[in-house]
Design a binder for this molecule. Structure first.
Ligand code: DGJ
Length: 734
């Protein structure tokens, strides 16, 4: 997989891609190729046209060579390249000019894991570590490249080591840089906000710099840490794609810069804005991992590569391919109005409709009647849960259900015992009144004593042994980011140290409770990234539970994430976020391909739709094994229609979900051309036993149901009349 030539050309190759770079005659690391696999990757034509460009400065006096025009593996600033650099900071002389030169390399079997940051698992892999050095300032930068035998993902990270006797300061400490050759590219990225996460935007790569980033302390719904640079015109099935994500849950930056000579630079890493790290002599700084995918077969293939990798190498192994329980969550059923009787009553309802797990959401702890108080005080409210959580969990379990509970550990309300006792435990800066978000403040997770405290609080509840699931929520972005635990000159390290603290807390908890299914939530998808997913097998994708609102969210999310890591429930109608009225069927169908499916309805709603809920939950339960480890495909996505396919891992069952948003008369008869089926096999439609040839479904497509606005003809399959209709086909391979 990794080969190195005598004159130091390095090539990483598997069946998916080749990645090639070399030590240039000037001693810098020059990027040569990242694209389809090459027969002889060491034999890449180098762009020998080192030319004297007008205006360009020549690198360190050598003629005909400017870094402004050279693709590099890890660029710095100040020595003839004027683009945004991967390394920037203050050196031991107080100026900002670093110059990195090749020092040595080593290859290790498998993949080293990062100690304090989440990192992809190894297995059938090799890692190339190339060390660059700035001999003047005694800074070593180790570049890590892991290639796997069977995956189309390249994992990169960087490690900075201060080998000198003076302090260095890092401001840009990116994880990876990728200099792509001039070409007609577009950018695909995912943006949004609360309840409108994962909107897809496609734009031409502009001249200048385009950045998706976060300075909010969470990776955030505003921009998911994902970007794809695609060849212009790329579709689901055609076109070259370079996609990147960062395994990090805090302030990140993914920037795309098209410079004066049209080459395109992608930088992935911690957001350099507001970041500053003091690297004392002898100290190291490790970046988060940046993951790269190349595919020349369009977006579908890119997504399949991501999905497989996330499932196999990132999401907790214990839950890989493990069917998720169906559940009833108390949030939209009762909000804060929960008590032991009500929860037990809902548990009976859950049992009646065949749900596997009861989840007690927000509102169970001391004094919590609304969102103005009590975060931080993680003991059961005595009035409403007089017997405590362990007793409640035991009672729910005695009914034959699993039991799950909600926490928001990183937060504290000013109105709480914890805040009274420790007012300086919050993120804050001296002399300024802290800004509130949802009436709450953020605890300072950069401080080890707070991590220990939170571990103790959560452990007290989980150790009862009857908790099967934890929903880990986080409902505000950070402001006044400062720490009473760090000196003045380290205040710009707080955001990153917060993440290290959070990861430490999660690592300790999942280690002690490996069988608890943790679900990551940050007001829905405000921190939906591979960092969190490496500890938690599930993610609450969005608070948007209206099915039509959810379609774009799932569609966008699926570019990077397998639906194995997502959850969805049937919420109330009219929907509480946007007021839309929709059928129970469409509310279920929108989340039908998510691994975890459930309901969040009050008793009256459950009673009103009992039979239908019973049959949907039975379907969810029976098909739970199909929705882990299978293949998800986006088939149609337009303003008015969405069609998705899901193929189970054993390829025996194929699901097709079709959504028609606004009804209209005289619509066209539409088909969905299905993908990945066995052309020679027949597929039987479960609802009526009709048979379809695999090749016909692929080539000619499945006729989609028609919205019944006119006369009904029994040869046509109809959907409910009116807006927001949907249809779910289930095929069995004959
Ligand atoms: C935000 C989450 O996204 C909701 O599902 C719910 O858990 C509330 N927080 C509870 O406060």
């Amino acid at each position: 997989m990794i080969t190195v030539s005598k004159d130091k050309t390095f090539a990483l190759t598997n069946a998916h891609f080749s990645y090639v770079f070399r030590v240039s005659p000037e001693g810098i690391l020059e990027h040569l190729h990242y694209g389809g696999p090459l027969r002889d990757p060491l034999d890449v034509a180098v762009h020998h046209l080192r030319t004297q460009r007008e205006v360009a400065s020549n690198f360190q006096g050598g003629p005909y060579f400017s870094l402004a025009d050279t693709p590099q593996e890890f660029p710095s600033f100040g020595t003839s390249d004027y683009r945004f650099p991967a390394l920037h900071g203050r050196n031991s002389d107080g100026n900002t000019v670093f110059s990195l030169h090749y020092k040595n390399y080593r290859i290790v079997k498998d993949k080293p894991r990062l100690k304090k940051l989440p990192s992809a698992r190894g297995g059938d892999s090799e890692t190339l570590i190339v060390t660059l050095e700035d001999p003047l300032h005694k800074l070593d930068v180790e570049l890590y490249y892991t290639i796997y035998q069977d995956y189309g993902v390249l994992v990169r990270s960087a490690k900075f080591k201060n080998k000198g006797e003076k302090e260095l300061q890092l401001q840009h400490a990116f994880s990876s840089a990728l200099d792509l050759p001039p070409h007609d590219y577009e950018i695909l990225h995912l943006h949004g906000t609360w309840s409108r996460e994962f909107n897809e935007e496609r734009i031409d790569v502009p001249k200048g710099r385009f950045v998706v980033d976060s300075a909010r302390g969470t990776s955030s719904a505003a921009h998911n840490p994902f970007i794809a640079i695609v060849e212009k015109g790329t579709t689901e099935d055609y076109g070259a794609v370079h996609a990147t994500t960062l395994m990090y849950s805090g302030n990140f930056s993914l920037s795309v810069e098209k410079g004066e000579f049209e080459a395109v630079r992608l930088l992935a890493g911690i957001n350099p804005f507001n970041f500053h790290w003091r690297l004392k002599p002898g100290k190291k700084f490790c970046t988060p991992e940046a993951l790269h995918v190349y595919s020349d077969k369009g977006l579908r293939s890119m997504s399949h590569i991501w999905h497989e990798f996330v499932r196999d190498k990132i999401s907790p192994e214990r839950f890989r391919h493990k069917p998720r329980p169906t559940y009833l969550n108390t949030w939209e059923a009762a909000y804060f109005d929960v008590d032991e009787d009500k929860v037990l009553h809902l548990a009976d309802k859950a049992k009646e409709i065949g749900v596997d797990m009861l989840v007690l959401d927000d509102g169970w702890f001391e004094g919590r009647r609304d969102d103005t108080s009590s975060l931080g005080d993680w003991t059961a409210d005595e009035e409403r849960f007089p017997n405590g959580i362990p007793a409640l969990a035991a009672k729910v379990k005695a009914k034959g259900l699993k039991f799950g509970i909600w926490f928001e550990p990183e937060m504290v309300n000013p109105k709480s015992k914890l805040f009274e006792q420790h007012p300086d435990w919050i993120l804050h800066v001296p002399g300024r009144k802290p800004s509130l978000g949802r009436n709450q403040l953020t605890l300072d997770l950069s401080r080890p004593e707070i991590i220990d405290y939170l571990y103790g609080q959560i452990d007290d509840i989980l150790s009862c042994g009857d908790i099967d699931y934890v929903k880990w929520d986080m409902n505000r972005n950070m402001t006044e980011v400062g720490s009473a635990g760090l000196p003045k000159n380290r205040q710009r390290e707080v955001s990153h140290r917060y993440m290290l603290g959070l990861y430490d807390l999660l690592r300790r908890l999942v280690k002690k409770y490996p069988d608890i299914l943790f679900e990551n939530c940050a007001s829905g998808g405000n921190r939906f990234d591979l960092g969190m997913l490496s500890y938690m097998a599930q993610n609450w994708t969005s608070d948007m539970c209206d099915p039509i609102g959810r379609l774009d969210i799932i569609n966008g999310c699926s570019y990077l994430f397998p639906l194995d890591v997502t959850a969805a429930y049937i919420g109330p109608s009219p929907n509480h976020q946007n007021g839309r009225v929709s059928s129970v069927e469409t509310r279920f169908n929108a989340g039908a391909f998510c691994a975890a499916r459930g309901i969040s309805l009050n008793e009256d709603d459950i009673d009103a739709h009992k039979d239908q809920l019973q049959s949907l939950m039975a379907f969810a339960k029976d098909s739970a094994g199909d929705f882990v480890g299978g293949r998800f495909d986006r088939l149609i996505k337009s303003k008015n229609e969405v069609c998705w396919q899901y193929t189970s891992r054993d390829e025996r069952t194929v699901y097709l979900a079709y959504f028609h948003i606004f009804a209209a008369p005289n619509l066209p008869f539409r088909r969905a051309r299905m993908v990945g089926l066995e052309a020679d096999a027949d597929y039987m439609l479960v609802e009526d036993g009709s048979r379809y040839a695999g090749d016909a479904l692929i080539q000619n497509g499945m006729p989609l149901p028609y919205v019944a606005t006119g006369q009904v003809n029994d040869k046509v399959r109809y959907m409910a009349k009116g807006d927001f209709s949907s249809y779910l086909f289930v095929f069995k391979r004959a």
